[in-house]
Design a protein around this ligand. Sequence first.
Ligand code: NAP
Length: 247
Amino acid sequence: MKFSGKNVLITGASKGIGADIARVLAEFGLKVWINYRSNADLALKLKAELDSKGLQSAVVPFDATNEAEFIEAIKLIVESDGELSYLVNNAGITNDKLALRMKLEDFDSVIKGNLNSCFIGCREALKVMSKQKSGSVVNISSIVGERGNPGQVNYSASKGGMIAMTKSFAYEGAMRGVRFNTITPGFIRTDMTEELSEETKQSYVNAIPLKRLGEGSDIANGVAFLLSDHSSYITGEVLKINGGMYM
Ligand code: NAP
């Protein structure tokens, strides 16, 4: 994979899909900025793993829903490396309940957790990348943002919103040399999905034509493509990585 930039910020990268994105992008030669919110130990462990392979990384703690903290983190990265080449808005939360039992606070917190963080990241990246006249942003949405899911009206609304927002950013970024794309993962093996019962997981596998759960690396390889120069004519696109679960 060929990259014309040199660094990438990945939100929520201390574990799960974000950590695998960090591993894959570091292997492709980028310096990865590992963002975490609450688990410093995991983030430092990931950095040590990358260090041991001679790969470049740094750790940057902040809450991605906090505008001031996000802005400060990007400022720090630009001061350190001279630019922000790429951004992956990966941080995300769930708070599942059937709609009839969902309080407005349950709805609001997931919208804020997933949409606000993505908005702040895209806007701030656009500011910095416009000056550079180059850059690429990938937002991690979800299959449920495309097709809905019972128990997830809040999460699906936030993830569907990310898809539309990314397209709007893509229009505004195109004239400034900055691309914005979305990935919609299907059912990926992480802590977020470990919470589900074996029975539920098996029912998902049954519904997946490729007959397996996805791995973080499946998503990471898609991210690498969309950030890289191999996708230089692709913007505003939605890349489904779901084993054929939703085509
Ligand atoms: P995960 O294992 O729960 O990890 C989520 C990460 O995001 C955690 O490190 C978490 O940090 C971080 N995070 C959440 N809110 C944050 C914030 N405000 N600021 C900074 N970091 C924050 O989840 P995952 O399964 O890897 O999911 C990663 C992304 O893929 C999410 O956007 C998710 O919606 C999406 N996705 C996942 C699946 C799946 O099957 N796993 C499917 C479709 C889409 P803390 O631990 O500190 O809170």
